[in-house]
Design a protein around this ligand. Structure first.
Ligand SMILES: [Fe+2]
Length: 191
């Protein structure tokens, strides 16, 4: 990527993060403010050269990948570019934080899950699908803080690229991986 494109991309990310800080300062974390953040991610997605050809690290133990574009701290807004494979669905997992996600290219089968038990058992959980939706370019999905942050994703017909704005640095935090069939729960860093 040329330096000019790098500069354009950095400036676009700077402007997006400033708008996110402003939205959060004025409205806090609500369905409405997260929707506005998702719309702002759609605007950012128009930036030339936003999706790099390489430098991606493996995520979720599949050929899905993700990279942090900007983090303002462990417990502060963090922008991630993620790619979800069409070959297999990600494990059902959480992020210990709210987020807004916007599809940049491709199509996503997003499934949101609900934990039905009281959350007292670290090793076992009753998780069930709450809703499912298909997302195309420019479409967004949001989730609130735990326990409302459990989901799984899979590209449809090819990889899906997404911008995800997390409330914390979810890529540096352990997360729960849930097996809906057995109820098993394990805690691990993003894979
Ligand atoms: Fe996720």
């Amino acid at each position: 990527m040329s330096h000019a494109l790098d500069d354009l991309r950095d400036a676009a990310i700077d402007a997006c993060m400033a708008d996110v800080r402003d939205l959060l300062a004025r409205h806090g974390v609500t369905d409405e403010s997260l929707g506005a953040i998702g719309a702002r991610l759609h605007q950012l997605a128009q930036t030339p050269g936003l999706i790099p050809d390489d430098e991606l690290t493996t995520m979720h133990g599949t050929d899905s990948t993700a990279m942090v574009l900007r983090s303002e701290g462990m417990d502060a807004p963090t922008l991630v570019l993620a790619k979800f494979s069409p070959l297999s669905e990600t494990p059902v997992h959480d992020h210990n934080t709210w987020a807004a996600a916007c599809v940049v290219s491709g199509r996503d089968r997003y499934r949101h899950w609900e934990r039905r038990d009281d959350g007292a058992d670290d090793a076992h959980a009753d998780v069930r699908p709450l809703y499912e939706k298909e997302l195309g370019p420019g479409e967004i999905v949001t989730w609130l803080d735990p326990p409302h942050d459990i989901h799984s994703q899979q590209g449809i017909g090819g990889p899906v690229w997404e911008l995800i704005l997390f409330g914390r640095n979810a890529m540096a935090l352990p997360r729960h991986y849930f097996d809906p069939a057995t109820g098993a729960v394990r805690v691990a860093m993003p894979q």
